[in-house]
Design a protein around this ligand. Structure first.
Ligand code: NIG
Ligand code: FE
Length: 388
């Protein structure tokens, strides 16, 4: 088995907590990769021999980003909606229905080509693990198609049949929920690991959301929930009660939400691209972290509320406008995302973990926030293979 040594790393973020440094920072470090896994981590001066040696030139290495929230299987785009929003129009979840129409009209091959394009775009920006949701099909056949296509590119597939009520069920939403928890779940569960619901005014009520999540749990899926994006509500507490791995958005959190999250294993995944592109207020990550909540950062790549796939962009916003330190933001977008997906083999650079690493063209991870918009990703390894 051939081994690769990355050496002369000026600043290595391992995420293996060390002397109260959650990022487990090691200076003048080296990492040995073998068989797609991390084989050794330590001081460059003590590094073992290898078949191939990569000189990091004193620059920073971080774990590959773990983007735990995206909607990458869709047709069309909504640039005009974004333009109108920037001119003052409010974001409304109803826009989802126009993407549903474009998605239903697209062939499998069209959706697949687009999806693979997004995966490549993400790899080039350092994202090596991505979760993908369905939710732009909203019929049994179309939702099955979306989870099946998503499963071709990631094991982290989420069934989000309960994204919004499709137009044809507008006056009888409960019948749509019957469809979601019945035939749609039957068709989608074999391709999925997670069940999600958009629990929000204008999407699904708390009792409807509970039905969806409980049906998913009964089929062996683990919940994750979209909640408190457009206003405060009970979605966060429902997610905590049902043991969700993550509750996402959290733009409008009450003190009770924060208390419930802090006492739970549920991660709160913040999605700064959404507030950026909907002109909503940025959530206060400082308040959450200080209260003891585990926070992740993700892009929520989708054609409506957040059409960025750049974790560095989200990190820059989180540091500039949400009260996170650069170290916290980098942790949240790597180890935090891994927690949100209940994974311990990614988001960390430690022996046994997957060899998913990013070499930055920068001396420190701080540059991810300090140099916003600058392409700092120099090289990316996924499962030990240089993919960028
Ligand atoms: O995560 N909140 C609901 N779903 C997406 C938005 C989808 C859309 O606008 O197309 C989100 O923001
Ligand atoms: Fe989303």
């Amino acid at each position: 088995m051939s081994a690769t040594l990355i050496t002369n790393i000026g600043e290595l973020t391992t995420n293996v907590e060390l002397d109260r440094d959650r990022c487990g920072t090691v200076h003048d470090a080296a990492v040995l990769i073998e068989g797609g896994r991390i084989a050794w981590v330590g001081a460059a001066s003590e590094a073992p021999d290898a078949d191939e040696v990569v000189d990091a030139g004193g620059r920073a290495v971080i774990p590959g980003f773990v983007d735990s929230h995206s909607h990458l299987v869709f047709g069309g785009d909504r640039a005009a909606e974004f333009e109108a929003r920037m001119a003052g129009q409010k974001y409304a979840a109803g826009g989802i229905r126009s993407t549903v129409a474009a998605t239903r009209a697209a062939s499998d091959d069209e959706l697949r080509a687009r999806l693979r394009g997004f995966i490549d775009e993400m790899l080039a920006q350092g994202t090596t693990t991505v979760e993908i949701k369905s939710g732009y099909g909203l019929s049994v056949a179309d939702e099955e198609r979306l989870v099946r296509l998503a499963a071709e590119v990631t094991p982290e597939v989420t069934f989000l049949g309960a994204h919004v009520v499709p137009a044809e069920y507008a006056d009888h939403a409960d019948d749509y929920v019957d469809l979601v928890v019945g035939p749609m779940l039957d068709a989608c569960a074999p391709h999925a690991k997670w069940i999600d619901v958009f629990c929000e005014t204008g999407a699904f009520t708390v009792p409807q959301s509970r039905r969806v999540l409980e049906a998913g749990i009964a089929r062996g899926l683990t919940p994750r929930v979209h909640a408190s994006q457009l206003g405060p509500g009970e979605g966060v507490r429902l997610a905590v009660e049902l043991g969700a791995a993550s509750v996402d958005h959290g733009t409008y959190l009450t003190d009770d939400d924060v208390t419930a999250l802090a006492a739970s294993d549920t991660v709160l995944t913040l999605l700064p691209g959404v507030e950026f592109s909907t002109r909503q207020p940025y959530p206060d990550a400082r308040r959450l972290i200080d209260a003891g909540v585990t926070v992740a950062l993700a892009c929520d790549t989708n054609p409506g509320s957040s059409f960025t796939s750049s974790m560095p962009f989200c990190i820059a916003i989180a540091v500039r406008d949400m009260g996170m330190t650069p170290a916290e933001a980098v942790w949240a977008s790597t180890a935090g995302g891994a927690r949100a997906l209940r994974r311990d083999d990614v988001g960390v650079i430690a022996p046994g973990a997957r060899a998913d690493l990013v070499l930055l063209d920068a001396p420190t991870r701080i540059h991810l926030a300090y140099r916003p918009g600058v392409p700092l990703v120099e090289r990316v390894w996924k499962d030990g293979v240089a993919v960028f």
